[in-house]
Design a protein around this ligand. Sequence first.
Ligand code: ADP
Length: 254
Amino acid sequence: FKRIPLPKQSKDELYQLGDTFNDMMDLLEANYEKQEQFVADASHELKTPLTVIEAYASLLKRRGNKDPKLFEESIEAIHSEAKRMIDMTQQLLMHARLDEKWKVEIKDISLPELIEASVRSFRQGYKREIFLDLQFAAMVRTDPQKLKQLLYILLDNAHKYSEAPIQVIVRTEQGKALIEIIDRGIGIPSAEMDKVFDRLYRVDKARTRRTGGFGLGLPLAKDIAAAIGAELRLDSVEGQGTTAQVRLDIVNSL
Ligand code: ADP
């Protein structure tokens, strides 16, 4: 990243051109370093589950047919690590496509049906208890696939950053449908609340290392919400837990 040496005395057009060029170089260099760091982080994140899979596969090969308990444990670990890798690659792919124009298909859908389907498929994938409390039923106008994806990101975070059961409440507030995803997990420090929506940002790497992820979930969730006419908010208390809120316009109550 070479810079153009600029003369001190003159400030003519040529000087300005050179100055602009140097600014561009600064930007390019900063971006380049960020990309390199990202590739390094991403490779590391993907390598961790692969290492676990490899270790269990080799255990299975050596002792799997003699030890039923080890067999169970290995299959379980391989399955969940493979799933984690699928989720991570999915996020990377979405990230790569993020700047393309999205195809959004808005229609009227039954909110309780969509929530039940999302919670059911999440429960199946991850063996985590989710308490669903449907206090309100309505038709909402949105893109169902994208809304599911948004809920999935929020459920996934609730799952990653907490151990206890997750609570999902659907209710109405000030004429809008409100979906709340509540976890009793590690929470987010208030000073970090704005930053968690920045791409690639993760609160304290040491704390989140174990969970895997790239800091792409929430920025994606924010973009999805904007595209499908939903409002997304996070409330959190460090050490106590996080509530994610999604608000949607109601077409009519059921
Ligand atoms: P990722 O989870 O892949 O790191 P996200 O963009 O989804 O990326 O989240 C950014 C950061 O915000 C996370 O790394 C984590 O530190 C924090 N975070 C998000 N959701 C929660 C939650 N429910 N509880 C605690 N921390 C959270």
